[in-house]
Design a protein around this ligand. Structure first.
Ligand SMILES: C[S@@+](CC[C@H](N)C(=O)[O-])C[C@H]1O[C@@H](n2cnc3c(N)ncnc32)[C@H](O)[C@@H]1O
Length: 294
């Protein structure tokens, strides 16, 4: 069971501030807010006559699909699928290849204040099933801020099916997808997965960030139709969208109970303070194999 897991200690989320502080070295508050070093995201420092600040990029110690740019302040980054392009004005960091080579690799700074998924990693989530090559069904794509980082994470062998029902952000999402062949924009209501079943293949991971009171049902419908057995779900919960009168912790637990009734086995939940107030993320597996008796 992960941090903030269930069972006897259920409800005792260990995410939140504590997690965020710990995660700070992996691209936390400061790093996330200020992003990479230097002007134009080229990895050059402001200087004060000292020359360019040195930035190195290393894989995240537990989730290699994301990286950490190490400078005076660390920031979480993803390797840019479309070098030379930012998606939402985020900073880019270009790193030279080995000596003698002209190759460069570009990364985009992922600000945890602008993404619940990003915040969950910085806050110290134990499970992050999105990997290189994953097929991800993303519900609530909005204009594609986080979708673009998921696209970087899964890389050219992966796919992100991004569902968004609102037309204005949907247009931006669609434009972003024109440059990212691994993003399939779907402008539909996630409550009606039958409408897009012909566009979506079997998925390894479902990420939901629709901020709707019936989100657990939406997750169950989509998981039942598209997630492989033992596939993973990651659900972002905005407490006051579900019940603005109850305590956030009570809302998280009641959402978790709803998920359990629909073949979704939560393994962990984590609150997203200080990045997103009264939000939590639940991670678990759908139609998980029962442990064999010895
Ligand atoms: C909190 S925002 C998502 C932010 C986005 N995940 C990100 O990090 O960049 C929620 C989005 O879900 C969309 N949404 C809400 N209900 C939906 C539904 N039933 N089907 C599809 N999209 C929905 C909203 O239009 C909104 O753009």
């Amino acid at each position: 069971m992960g941090k903030g897991g269930f069972g006897k200690k259920g409800g005792d989320s260990k995410g939140g501030k504590k997690g965020a502080k710990k995660g700070g070295d992996k691209g936390g508050k400061k790093g996330g807010k200020k992003g990479g070093k230097g002007k134009d995201g080229k990895g050059k420092g402001k200087g004060k006559g000292k020359g360019p600040a040195r930035v190195t990029v290393v894989p995240h110690e537990r989730f290699p699909a994301v990286q950490i740019a190490k400078a005076k302040e660390d920031s979480m980054v993803t390797q840019n699928m479309v070098p030379g392009e930012s998606v939402y004005g985020e900073k880019r960091i270009s790193i030279d290849g080995p000596e003698g080579s002209k190759e460069k690799t570009e990364y985009r700074v992922w600000n945890p204040f602008r993404s619940k998924l990003g915040a969950s990693i910085v806050a110290g989530v134990q499970y992050m099933p999105i990997e290189k090559g994953s097929k991800v069904l993303y519900l609530g794509g909005a204009s594609g801020t986080t979708v673009s980082h998921v696209s970087d994470m899964v890389g050219p062998e992966g796919l992100v099916y991004a569902v968004e029902f609102s037309h204005r952000p949907g247009r931006e999402l669609t434009n972003m997808a024109k440059k990212r062949p691994n993003v399939v924009p779907i402008i539909e209501d996630a409550r009606m997965p039958m409408k897009y079943r012909m566009l979506v293949g079997p998925c390894d991971v479902l990420f939901a960030d629709v901020a709707q009171p019936d989100q657990a049902r939406i997750v169950a419908l989509n998981a039942g139709m598209f997630l492989k057995n033992n596939g993973w779900f990651i659900v972002s919960i905005k407490a006051n969208c579900i019940d603005s009168t109850a305590k956030p912790e009570a809302v998280y637990l009641s959402e978790i109970e709803k998920l359990k009734k629909d073949h979704c086995k939560p393994k962990e939940y984590i609150t997203l303070e200080p990045y997103h107030r009264d939000h939590a993320v639940v991670v678990g597996q759908h139609r998980a194999d029962k442990k064999k008796k010895a």
